[in-house]
Design a protein around this ligand. Sequence first.
Ligand SMILES: Cc1ncc(COP(=O)(O)O)c(C=O)c1O
Length: 440
Amino acid sequence: LTPPLASTDEPGTNASWYARLKAVTPRAFAPAPIFAHRARNSEIWDVEGKRYIDFYGGIGVLNVGHRHPMVMKRIREMEKRLLHTCAQVICYPEYVQLAEKLAVIAPGPTPKKLMFFNSGAEAVENAIKVARAATGRDGVIAFDAAFHGRTYMTSALTGKNLPYKKGFRIAMPGVFHVPFPSAYHGISEADSLKALEQRFRSDILPEDVAAIIIEPEQGEGGFNPAPLSFMKALRELCDRHGILLICDEVQSGIGRTGKWFAIEHSGIEPDLMTTAKSLGDGLPISGVIGKASIMDKPEVSALGGTYGGNPLSCAAALGVIEAVQAGGLLDRATAIGDRIRSRFTRLAEELPVIGDVRGLGAMVAVELVKDKQTKEPATALVKDVIARAREQGLLLLSCGPDSNAIRFLMPLTIKNRTLDEGFDIFERVLRESLAAQSGQ
Ligand SMILES: Cc1ncc(COP(=O)(O)O)c(C=O)c1O
């Protein structure tokens, strides 16, 4: 592999860039103390030329890998013709082509319409607007530990106070939370449904609820997949009360779980869906996909934004869809998931610190606990493992309400030998970290 060139025109080390970063950015912005120079597929090189295996994929953005050739080709073609028109003033064919493709890919037989935005949060915001316009109701029910973004509405929907809400005065009228079913954490489907009924009794009448929003597999919340029977029960409950079911597929979509969208595993059709992250392979694009009759409810020109679905992002997303299809990446996601599960369930037999290995397809997390019985979160251990892994050239990310799970979001285009190399580093640093702990 060729060593990197100078990082920019300006030379610098990780430490020197970090010192400069800290001087000009607030503490709320807290990246790792290394600086990326370039990346290809499932590898990143920092400004000092050190190579890292990427198991976090820009937080679920790189299902087709860094700078996939099909995406780059599309971007280069588009860059010669258009950077911006503002799609809501003058549109372009790629916007339409992308919308047509996603309308077909989206689950369920009902005809779909969709619109593009910039970020996951913006998609969620707009899904809520559509749901309120379509129902004439205010209420929105979300789940504990959910993550829906950092704008005001999406922070309100997010079911985790720290670090997302503290000091921001987030409370939003009409937003309520119920527990997300998680067998490992002792919350059954029946518990969640009972909590929902309780909300209807004590906080908001079901006829005042516009939408229930759920991640079919929680991302930030710990890679908990909702049981398929729970999704069916939610669908029935929504139908009974005229509530719209919104699936937030920002992290779980675009092939991650072995299907285009995670909700396909349950066989139900949501009324509205959000997509973002891996849709653009790094270029900012998100979308709200919904049943056509619902999407048509807001007034003419009521939805939009200056940059939503900009030409480069639409071009990149068309390249992503081609790359998923050409690379057989849905099947590959299933195969990667199997490989992670078999490696870590085997390791769990030896290391009791591995409490759970879970997730659909390649959206898998390993939860570390101090004790298999009490399931007390091993948060400090996870932090240490992530730091040691970075030292040894593997980039990992935690998740879960106690940040004690490590989530795997490596590109689905990763080679088996790189995958195994990453697993080996993970296993080695976990053993080192445990040894260091017991030596303390
Ligand atoms: C399920 C889900 N929804 C929404 C968001 C927010 O997306 P963005 O950071 O692009 O606003 C995220 C981001 O992690 C997410 O995982």
